[in-house]
Design a protein around this ligand. Sequence first.
Ligand SMILES: Cc1cc2nc3c(=O)[nH]c(=O)nc-3n(C[C@H](O)[C@H](O)[C@H](O)COP(=O)(O)OP(=O)(O)OC[C@H]3O[C@@H](n4cnc5c(N)ncnc54)[C@H](O)[C@@H]3O)c2cc1C
Length: 549
Amino acid sequence: MTQARRRVAIVGFGPRGLGALEALVRQALVTGTSVAIDVFDPSRWPGAGPSFSPDESEICLLNLPLRSISLPPPPPCSWVQQDFSTWLKDRLQDGAQDGDAYLPRALLGTYLHERYEALLAQLPEAVSVEHHQARVNAAHQDQTGWRLQCAGHSHGPYEHVLMSLGQPQTDPDPQLERWRKHAHRHGLQLCAAYPGHALIEAADAWAGRIVGIRGLALSSLDVIRMLTLGLGGRFEGTRYIASGREPARIIPFSLDGQPPAPKPLNAALDARFDPLPDEDAAFEAALHAALSGAADAGPSALFGALGAAVARVIHSVGGAVEQDAIQDWLQQEVAAAGSQEQLATSEALRCGIRQAEGQDLPTIGYTVGQLWRKWQPLLRRVYDSRPIPPNTARAFTAFDEGLKRYSYGAPIETARQLLTLIETGLVDPRAADDPDIRLRPEGWEIQAEDTAVIADVMIDSVLPPPALGQVTEPLVSGLLETRVLSALDDGLGARCGSDAVLVRADGTPVQGLGLAGRLSNGSSIASDSIHDCFGDIGDRWAATVLQPT
Ligand SMILES: Cc1cc2nc3c(=O)[nH]c(=O)nc-3n(C[C@H](O)[C@H](O)[C@H](O)COP(=O)(O)OP(=O)(O)OC[C@H]3O[C@@H](n4cnc5c(N)ncnc54)[C@H](O)[C@@H]3O)c2cc1C
């Protein structure tokens, strides 16, 4: 007897949607299931997502060197697709094989989009895929399955739907809301950092003006490159050669004025931070113990394993550090992330660069951050595979988020460029550490040391937090209203199982509806990485979707 064809939808088709599709195709092949898959995304570039959009400015770089991008297609699909570096080899002549290079994000997006097209071109007979270039506004369930609402069209029913929406539209935080009204009232420019090409276009009219940037994380570094390199400037060694189209001054600021630390300069320096096999084992055992124990276990359960590895790394490069000092640093990180960092912005940048170049011994913070980066895959594997109590989720995600200033570090070249721009005076970090900002009809008056300066343009480079309660995207808010979707806790993402299937507040699974990625923060961890998009959650979701009926 032939089995009925299964119908499945993926809503939101960035890299994570692609990862889920590949996992589903593989599962269909393995189980011999016939399946029709609809994917929904308004983007012209299915598979790439907005962060890696092929039409994004080349100024926007990946935060990973080529050598650490490993995206092998899943085995049954691998005959039609190449991994990123093989694809690059065919595509680019020079520089493509420099493993230490940080390539444009658009290049990775082009690869992902082509990987999707290659899969489409050679789908197994039993599998069909259709892309609907549309936004899904609502989902509801009836006896036949899930139905999806796009403008003017209804689709479905589907047995299973996965939402992989990235960071959808969100309510502005109170400061941004106030600033938007202020900008509107006085005809001021308050711009988003992305898409980068739109920002560069707008910036062409800002020569000689003062531009503020809210945020000092990786996006802020992108913005500073857009306002300099993007306007025709160039770097020659440690000099910046202006084009004359730049703003007169760029004033970035954040709540603590700390720039992201650059990643180690090259593979050899990076390898200094590789955990040893017994350190991996100790970290994994501590992680299992922390996550299967008390309901409010926090990351401090990992500090024995983490501290031992930090001390070993620092000793191995000729430094000396007491275990007490490491434990104090870690405890302080839990109490108030980043409160240990006392250096002013440019000094912090300088120190970060010297550590990344191997000229200075790594500090405790730098070493913790690099080890945490190396342990991200292990952290995901253990954390994402089980239900996490809300208190534990809050503590772990906060710790992971805080350490991003090291673990999601900047390309060293970008950090050096920022330092050069500070030294030339084009970027002014004097107000970087949580300045007082008054709203004036002419702009934003930013207090910098003993003087105040008015920025007449403001750029927002702060990514909204992945808190479900603040999302205004109609699909999400509709499901929240009907309580199909519920937050794991205040400030966290959706309550989901390890296979991405949603779980109601009373603990019952939502038959046939899943959510993966940033909006599941807390149920999963460390999702803001391209590697996570092609990880285990997609495989588990595909296994649930195509289990025999
Ligand atoms: C500025 C920036 C730079 C980054 N740089 C890096 C980097 O260098 N390296 C790295 O590893 N990670 C980086 N990240 C993290 C990166 O976003 C993730 O690695 C990855 O893009 C997540 O993929 P995703 O598919 O979950 O989400 P996204 O890529 O955001 O894709 C979500 C998709 O869902 C669609 N969508 C949303 N709502 C709907 C709806 N209602 N109906 C239909 N479709 C919908 C959107 O159109 C979008 O295409 C960066 C993130 C940002 C914001």
